[in-house]
Design a protein around this ligand. Structure first.
Ligand code: URA
Length: 291
């Protein structure tokens, strides 16, 4: 049994256990999922490119099964289609588990949405932030507020779109701010520890080639390092064999408008593009350098 198949099977079993613990006794399973589960196959290796065009049907701003039919339609003998079906089933099961999570009762009772993640489940590039803010809690999608709009611009400057990459946070719920009408707070160590298994599973499923950790909390959550982000940014780290680039959080760039800080983040992105063997134009290479 391959590692990937074993992980997907574990995710499926975990999901079924959860349903059982909620007294659900019957589940509807699509025929193609049953077939895929009964015949494990090895997923095809794809060429190194920022996204995998053949599998792009699964890419959507918020990954949802509505965008899936092209990948899973009908019962096919193609190993790629079968493994894609399994991956989608495991992703859906994981996101449903997170969406029903009440492990932090204070966050579960204050949240409007669980902000699970967005983008392509086949992305080669994954961004990890801290936690949803008010806008993200309202809309159920990570990085849609002011900092998110800046992140979207950064992604677009590389030639990619939000749908090509995957975006998630260390915490899936907005840290509550009781007694305050507005504002954000940093997640507590307990909240991070409780929530991080969801992100580990997300990364295991998506298997990005590169992770970008946005800010100190993302680095701390993924690597357990509390070294200042100023020291760490721009220096490749490793998350479970995956190269990880720490960089400044876009919210920091909004607070600090200096060109040199923007250039530093851009240099980190250039390094990421090179690692992914993406083309880099002269114009891109010279962004934020004064003529
Ligand atoms: N900041 C984050 O770290 N994540 C979001 O989703 C939004 C803002």
């Amino acid at each position: 049994m391959s590692d990937a198949y074993g992980q997907l099977l574990d995710a499926t079993i975990q999901h079924l256990e959860n349903l059982k613990s909620r007294s659900v006794r019957h589940v509807t399973v699509a025929p193609e999922t049953l077939l895929a589960l009964s015949k494990p196959t090895v997923a095809a290796k794809s060429a190194p490119s920022p996204t995998r065009p053949a599998e792009k049907a699964a890419a959507a701003p918020e990954v949802n099964t509505a965008s899936i039919p092209e990948t899973t339609a009908g019962v096919s003998d193609s190993p790629v289609k079968k493994s894609a079906g399994l991956k989608i089933a495991a992703y859906t099961a994981l996101s449903e588990r997170a969406r029903g999570c009440v492990k932090c009762p204070h966050l579960a009772s204050s949240r409007k949405h669980v902000v699970f993640g967005t983008g392509s489940i086949d992305a080669q590039l994954m961004f990890v932030g801290e936690a949803p803010g008010a806008d993200e809690d309202e809309q159920g999608e990570p990085f849609v507020g002011k900092a998110g709009q800046l992140l979207t611009k950064i992604i677009q400057a590389t030639g990619l779109s939000r749908a090509d990459v995957y975006i998630a946070n260390i915490l899936k719920c907005r840290p509550d701010t009781p007694g305050q009408a507005a504002g954000n707070r940093k997640p507590t160590p307990e909240e991070m520890q409780t929530c991080i298994p969801y992100l580990h599973e997300q990364i295991d499923l998506i298997q990005p080639k590169v992770i970008v950790a946005l800010g100190a909390t993302a680095v701390e959550g993924l690597l357990g390092k509390t070294v200042g982000i100023t020291k760490l940014r721009g220096n490749w780290q490793t998350y479970r064999d995956t190269p990880l680039m720490p960089t400044y959080h876009p919210a920091y760039l909004l607070r600090n408008q200096s060109l040199s800080e923007k250039r530093r983040v851009w240099e980190d992105m250039l390094a990421v593009m090179e690692k992914l063997e993406m083309p880099v134009s002269d114009k891109q290479r010279h962004f934020f350098i004064k003529a």
